[in-house]
Design a protein around this ligand. Structure first.
Ligand SMILES: [Fe+2]
Ligand SMILES: [Fe+2]
Length: 482
């Protein structure tokens, strides 16, 4: 068996990192564990801590059989530390030290930079659990409730993954950072989470699906870039996290797809020809497509902010240092050093949006964002297929990247979803047609009533095509005591 395939599943902390042979690390993690459980009980799914939930638990790292499904109470979930198997003779794939052996320990000169990216990634994981903690109470089905909790426990495991790196490789500083990860709170005035999108509310299930589609996908892009890292333990950690992350985006994409499907079905049955007739559509108790579009506009733009400034010395430094690569760096065919390369960057110059060639090293955030947008586009195309099949000529579109931005080139620039720069009055007049408005919020909130009978679904969402773990339609994904 290659290094890292053996999983010790029986201890308090399932792992394939040899915790039993590392007393110092085990002590650090066991000291951190009670605080984590307190955090989970306080900030994890509200009202369902005692219920049995049919969850997937990672029990190995073999791509063909890494998980098992069973009923668990969430506070008893086995949050393990799992690294993808080591690659023999792995080399640094990019940057100034390209070709040298990958680091098995933290290179001293990059210690601060490395710690920072691990903390930033780690901070997003518990944040999303906090953002989603009220949603169990309004789940549209047991199936959806279970998917929410699955995402939540896995984000919890991702926090463990980052805390493992901090405690194993960063000594006392790492232990302090690990404590702070449990101390910050999404949306808090005093100690908010580190990134903007992770301090926003997730008030309803449409937001949840949009969040998992758009914001978990940013997570995927960041993990892909870190999976390329020359710091091998980070690479292996992120590679395993990516196997779980795929399900989160599945939940988002199929959640929105099922909403669209149900809306189209209801419109057809009622003889509605114009999907823009929101009043008639809402009278059917389903979510009108323009409201779906506005939610998309919001979540897409908030998530773009997570990629940081288009032109960034920090991104260049991380790449040069061999710590954070590009999306699928190992599949790219250039020199992986990028000293003389350029990359087109959208900039705001004298109030106009123009494309400009920038040094490729400084433009790495922009590049990752472009890869992200292309990845989003695939899912949006599949959503549109549903609308097309139902015979409506309405199409959902990603807004322009300059729309509704709070970080980078386009910060606070009043731009419409097509990328046209507006004057302030025009922006104010059109805002409610482009971003979720008060009516949308009130209407969607009015739909958020729990449905917890086996095999039943709220009126505004279609059932899934197949069950989780191939379970039948009326499977009891969450045991709700009467
Ligand atoms: Fe995650
Ligand atoms: Fe995720």
């Amino acid at each position: 068996m290659p290094d890292g395939m053996m999983v010790d599943y029986d201890g308090l902390i399932p792992n394939n990192v040899g915790l039993n042979q590392d007393a110092r690390l085990r002590k650090a993690l066991e000291t951190w564990h009670p605080g984590y459980i307190d955090w989970w009980k306080q900030m994890g799914p509200e009202g369902f801590q005692e219920n049995l939930v049919y969850l997937r638990t990672a029990v190995g790292v073999d791509p063909k059989g890494w998980a098992k499904f069973d009923y668990v109470r969430m506070p008893e979930y086995k949050w393990g530390i799992l690294l993808a198997p080591a690659v023999e003779d792995r080399r640094i794939g990019f940057g100034a030290q390209k070709g040298e052996p990958a680091w098995q320990d933290v290179p001293g000169e990059y210690r601060a930079m490395l710690r920072r990216i691990i903390v930033i990634q780690g901070d997003t994981e518990p944040a999303s659990v906090e953002q989603q903690r009220h949603l169990g109470a309004t789940a549209p089905s047991l199936y959806d409730m279970r998917n929410l909790f699955q995402v939540n426990v896995e984000e919890g495991r991702h926090l463990w993954a980052m805390v493992y790196l901090l405690q194993k490789y960063f000594g006392r500083d790492g232990r302090e950072e690990a404590e702070d990860l449990l101390r910050r709170r999404s949306g808090s005035q005093d100690s908010p989470r580190m990134l903007g999108a992770f301090n926003e509310a997730t008030p309803d299930w449409l937001s949840f699906y949009m969040f998992t589609f758009f914001t978990d996908r940013d997570g995927k892009m960041q993990l892909e870039a870190l999976a390329q890292s020359g710091f091998d333990p980070l690479s292996r950690t992120c590679r395993f996290m990516l196997t779980e992350e795929a399900h989160h985006m599945f939940v988002g994409e199929t959640g929105v797809a099922r909403i669209i499907e149900r809306t189209c079905q209801a419109m057809r049955a009622a003889g509605i020809e114009d999907p823009g007739d929101s009043e008639r559509v809402r009278a059917l108790g389903v979510i009108d497509l323009p409201a779906v579009q506005r939610k998309m506009n919001l979540h897409f733009s908030l998530t773009l902010d997570l990629f940081g400034a288009e032109i960034s010395t920090n991104a260049a430094n991380l790449f040069n240092a061999g710590l954070k690569g590009r999306y699928r760096e190992d599949k790219l065919t250039d020199d992986h050093v990028l000293r003389d390369a350029t990359y087109p960057v959208l900039r705001c110059i004298d109030g106009a949006i123009v494309s400009e060639a920038a040094p490729a090293l400084s433009a790495l955030n922009m590049r990752l964002r472009d890869d992200y947008v292309a990845d989003c586009q695939g899912g949006v195309g599949r959503w549109n297929k549903i609308i097309e099949k139902a015979g409506y000529d309405f199409r959902l579109t990603l807004p322009h990247v300059a729309f509704n931005r709070h970080i980078g080139e386009f910060t606070a620039l009043p731009v419409d979803t097509e990328g046209r720069v507006l004057d302030a009055a025009n922006w104010a007049a059109r805002r409610d047609a482009m971003l979720p408005n008060a009516d949308d919020a009130a209407y969607v909130a009015s739909l958020m009533r729990p449905v917890s009978a086996r095999g039943a679904y709220a009126n505004w969402i279609a059932p899934p095509k197949v069950g989780i773990d191939n379970k039948p339609g009326d499977f009891e994904y969450v045991r709700i005591e009467e």
